[in-house]
Design a protein around this ligand. Structure first.
Ligand code: IPM
Ligand code: MN
Length: 344
């Protein structure tokens, strides 16, 4: 029998509530001979206020030995913007080299899209997770003066681009439509853009069956709304991927359904699964948050750990639940319903 060591970081706001439901469904979905060993880490605003720390070194060390991480949400209005984001969430993504930030954009049957005509939407964004403008490369000069200057220099390495692009090609190759779209802004961001474009073409020679396409990010936002069915797999940089995946969530039923995986395919460090949404302090503690995004992230976690059938079962439970949704249910009612479906 197998043991899964799972680190659980509920974090702030609704993170607490949705993670509890995610775990409920995970326990229901795992085969009975698999032992789930969870360790909860109280990270986020509470720890920060108590000790001033965001991610203690000892915790980071402990996390290294886990098989995966389930994270709820990070961020609180009582903490200055950026402190928890950079000091905890991005620190984990960078420390564990989560270079594949996988974010499906799927419109489930029965879910109302704000787009006319309920288009077929089933794509996946492969967002680069460890480079781009997220690296914190920059600074300010002449702070507080009218001559103040701030830079935020995007870092793009051939190594970093190649590995995410190859991963995206592999995913495209494995899907029925075998289509990969590179999204960038290579008409303006020529330095990074040309490197991405060149590597995209080079790696593409290894995948003759994959149809490729290129879109500038601004044009991509139009097509997300007017023709989302044209997308299959999308590969893009860290910041473009952040923005596009919120838009993807909006057109597929909202941020309450959007799942993600921060993946390190080498397995050297644990991958981390989290809903795309934030901590939603305005509705925290009221049992109103939809745990579905977390449950779909649990499905990605199962898939990543090699439980493909169980992952499919969880996704099917969500699909069935979404077609039958009527009236408002609390966070735990949705979790209970999903757990009952996978164990039934
Ligand atoms: C996300 C979030 C994060 C990001 C923030 C909170 C650092 O918006 O996971 O999409 O920008 O990646
Ligand atoms: Mn985001």
């Amino acid at each position: 029998s197998r043991t899964i060591r799972l680190a659980v970081i509920p974090g702030d706001g609704i993170g607490q509530e949705v993670v509890a439901e995610g775990l409920k469904v995970l326990r229901a979905a795992l085969p009975s001979d698999v032992k789930l060993e969870t360790t909860e880490y109280d990270l986020g605003a509470r720890l920060y206020h108590r000790t001033g720390e965001t991610l203690p070194d000892a915790v980071l060390e402990e996390l290294k030995g886990q098989d995966a991480i389930l994270l709820g949400a990070i961020g609180d209005p009582s903490v200055p913007s950026g402190v928890l984001e950079r000091g905890l969430l991005l620190k984990l993504r960078f420390a564990f080299d989560h270079h594949i930030n996988l974010r499906p954009g799927k419109l489930f049957p029965g879910v109302q899209s704000p787009l006319a005509g309920q288009p077929e939407i089933d794509f996946v964004v492969v967002r680069e997770g460890t480079e781009g403008p997220y690296v914190g490369n920059g600074g300010t000069l002449r702070t507080g003066t009218p001559q103040e200057v701030a830079t935020e220099v995007s870092l793009n390495t051939a190594f970093g681009i190649e590995r995410v692009v190859r991963d995206a090609y592999r995913r495209a190759q494995a899907r029925p439509r075998k289509k990969l779209t590179l999204v960038h802004k290579n008409n303006v961001l020529v330095h990074a853009g040309h490197l991405w474009t060149r590597i995209f073409e080079q790696v593409g020679r290894e995948f003759p069956e994959v149809t490729t396409d290129y879109l500038h990010v601004d044009a991509a936002t139009i097509f997300f709304v007017t023709q989302p069915e044209r997308f299959d797999v999308i590969v893009t940089d860290n910041l473009f991927g952040d923005i596009l995946t919120d838009l993807a969530a909006a057109v597929t039923g909202g941020i309450g359904l959007a799942a993600s995986g921060n993946i390190n395919p080498s397995g050297d460090f644990p991958s981390m699964f989290e809903p795309v949404h934030g901590s939603a302090p305005d509705i925290a503690g009221q049992g109103k948050a939809d745990p579905t995004a977390t449950v779909l992230s649990v499905a990605m976690l199962l898939e990543h750990l090699g439980f493909a059938a169980e992952a499919a079962q969880v996704e099917a439970a969500v699909a069935a639940d979404l077609t039958e949704r009527a009236g408002a249910r609390s966070t735990s009612e949705v979790g209970d319903a999903l757990a009952a479906r996978v164990s039934g």
